[in-house]
Write a protein that binds this ligand. Structure first.
Ligand code: URA
Length: 209
């Protein structure tokens, strides 16, 4: 699928299988999501441009690469997107964070905004939007709409599991925003849940059901 990368690394696939199992505890679920988030983040940031700076090792001067440009912004969609945040900040401690509060209206499955807080200069930065579940695609589309309204032009979407319906809808709405996911499952059910999926990611992370 154009613009969509399925990260098929065996470590990610193994951890995803553990995560999907209904017996997996809340604690294990959070830990696994954090670990998988770091591994996917590694792929999402694989092509970041670098520039050379002069440093001095104990032995000699050298030109060594560092990531070029302004710091990244990680933009978790609340609440499930928070699963990825700590691990990603461990990998990229200087990244800034934008919080995007959206909930899904259970009747219409439409996304409703309730919170948005981003760095002032977010428009100058590369923003990685995070949501483990790309189901209907409505939340991811709304989050990217909100960021584009603030002038952001460099965007990537990082998720864990996607439904074909969500991928099709998101890529049609935002063809210039590449997507990374660990798997594309079979379909959505009538309530907008991914099948076979893993259930409600937010509830499983926080033990709310
Ligand atoms: N959100 C979830 O947490 N799970 C799904 O299957 C779909 C959306």
């Amino acid at each position: 699928m154009q613009g969509v990368t399925v990260v098929a690394h065996p470590l990610i696939q193994h951890k995803l299988t553990l995560l999907r199992r209904k017996e997996t505890s809340t604690k294990q679920f959070r830990e696994l999501l954090g670990e998988i988030g770091m591994l996917i983040c590694y792929e999402v940031t694989r092509d970041l441009p670098t520039t050379l700076v002069e440093i001095e090792t104990p032995m000699a001067l050298m030109q060594a690469p560092v990531i070029e440009g302004k710091k990244l912004v990680f933009a978790p969609i609340l609440r499930a997107g928070m699963a990825f945040l700590d691990g990603m900040l461990n990998l990229v401690p200087s990244a800034r964070v934008a919080f995007i509060g959206l909930y899904r209206d259970p009747a219409t499955l439409k996304s409703v905004e309730y919170y948005f807080k981003a760095p002032e200069d977010v428009a100058d930065r590369l923003v990685i939007v995070m949501d483990p579940m790309l189901a209907t695609g409505n939340s991811a589309i709304a989050a990217v709409d909100m960021l584009k309204d603030k002038g952001v032009s460099k965007l990537r979407l990082m998720c864990l599991l996607a439904a074909p319906e969500g991928v099709a809808k998101f890529t049609a709405a935002h063809p210039n925003v590449p997507v990374w996911t660990a798997a594309i499952d079979d379909r959505l059910n009538d309530h907008g849940y991914i099948i076979p999926g893993l259930g409600d990611a937010g509830d499983r992370m926080f033990g709310t059901k």
